[in-house]
Structures are given as C-alpha cells and as structure tokens.
Design a protein around this ligand. Structure first.
Ligand code: MG
Length: 256
C-alpha cells in the first residue's frame, strides 16, 4: 500500500486555531480597506506601505512580509505589468494605473494573507475587465473549495473562469496553505484538472490567489530579484483571500 504521500505536510487546524486566523484576517480586511481609501493619483507606493505598517501595528498585528526571505517592506505593491512582489518606494501612482496590494498579518502566531487590485482614477475598459475577471476567478475558486472536493477542483474552477474570459493564468506563482507559517502545504495552482489532487477537508486553511494576465501567462523577474513582471509587458491583476474549509461553504477569513 502506498501512503497518501501528497497529504504529508497539510495541517488541519482546530476551531481555536481558526479563530486566531479569523482575528488576523479581520485586521487584514480593515487594513486593506484603509489602503483602498488611501489609493489615489499622486500617492507613492512607499506611502501606502507606511499606511499599512501603521494600521497593522495599531491593531496589534505584525506585517507578515516584512523581512520574509529579506523582503524589505510591509506590503507588496505591484503596478500595471507587475504581477506580484513589487517593492513599495518612490513610484507615484497616476490616473489609469492599476495596483495590486498584497498584505499579510501575523496575530498570536498565525498568519492571514489577502490581496486586491484597484484602479487609480479612471482606468481603461480592458483594465476594468481584467480586474473583474480576477476577482471573479477567486470567487469561483472559493466556491469550489468544499470539504470532500479535490484541490484540482479549485484550480480548475479558477482556470476555467479566467480562460473563458480570454485572460491567461500565471503558472510560476501559486496559492498556498497558511497558518503558523505564511506558506504551508499544499501549493494551490490557479490551473489544474478537476478531480485530481489532494482531498480538501474541514480545518484546512488556504490562501487562494489567482494572478491573471491580459496577454500571455509567462513572467520575468526584475533585477531586484523580487518584482515579477508579465513577460510581454501587458497588464496583470491579483486577488487573494485566506479561507477555511468547513462543513458547508468555505469561510473567508479575510473578509469583513
Ligand atoms: Mg499568498
């Protein structure tokens, strides 16, 4: 008999542990709301990082990303053709840009992770469609994340939603389990085959995070070794929630 090898490393959380993650997630949702209000033409990505650091600290949370593998800021700010892991700094946002804000919060030993993509001022219809499709792809993935379903059901739901709207799904970066560690097993690709992969069970906590490109799915890494760009220079969007698998519909821990 073969062991169920693919489930090694997947940590089932207790109700108490999920309650702590819920607290982290609720703080995160409030912080993202504050960031959404701060986003406007003329603000720098560095100023957004300052807002996030202040709002997390005020609520007793630690920024999960700061110092993670040497990441230098509290949040990731990825503008236009930047896919993920953009480093906040002197860049000034202007009307027509889109920005992905990715934030992690550590509270009482547990992490929550979430991201949104927002338009600055007035954005193109194509950018609006990309953002709506990425948000919709996340919602489709969450809807498929049921106790007894397979991980591939989630991946396939996201991919199908994105590709049926003519957007490409990034392959090199994926969602993940989350808990005491920011990144735990299993990896959650945004592409896959329904019915395949590990069984989802109550108490699993996952960060689902589709990254959709307006052009091709390929990416390239910046010289700074962090910022990921679309290879073709076209727009990219990113949404993320931390969820808990339950007996019925998944609980979105990072939503108010
Ligand atoms: Mg994540």
């Amino acid at each position: 008999m073969q062991p169920i090898r693919e489930e090694i490393g997947v940590i089932i959380k207790s109700a108490q542990e999920i309650a702590v993650m819920r607290k982290a997630g609720q703080i995160l949702a409030v912080v993202i709301e504050a960031l959404s209000k701060a986003v406007r033409p003329g603000i720098t990505t560095g100023e957004l990082d300052t807002v996030a650091a202040r709002e997390l600290k005020k609520r007793g949370a630690v920024a999960s990303f700061k110092g993670y593998r040497g990441f230098p800021a509290s949040i990731c700010t990825s503008v236009n053709e930047e896919v993920v892991h953009g480093i906040p700094g002197a860049r000034v946002l202007k009307s027509g840009d889109i920005i992905s804000l990715d934030v992690g919060a550590l509270v009482n030993g547990f992490h929550a992770d979430a991201a949104v993509t927002l338009g600055i001022g007035s954005i193109s219809e194509d950018a609006q469609k990309l953002i709506a499709a990425t948000k919709g792809a996340l919602e489709a993935g969450i809807a498929a994340a049921r106790n007894g379903a397979r991980l591939g059901d989630v991946s396939a739901a996201i991919q199908e939603y994105a590709e049926s709207r003519n957007f490409a799904v990034v392959r090199e970066y994926v969602g993940h389990g989350i808990g005491r560690n920011l990144h735990e097993d299993p990896q959650v690709p945004n592409f896959g085959i329904a019915g395949e992969g590990i069984l989802l069970r109550k108490g699993m906590t996952l960060a689902l995070e589709p990254m959709l490109n307006a052009g091709l799915w390929r990416t390239r890494l910046s010289d700074n070794k962090w910022t990921v760009f679309t290879a073709d220079g076209k727009l990219s969007a990113h949404f993320e929630h931390t969820i808990a698998i339950t007996d019925s519909t998944p609980e979105i821990l990072t939503m108010l």
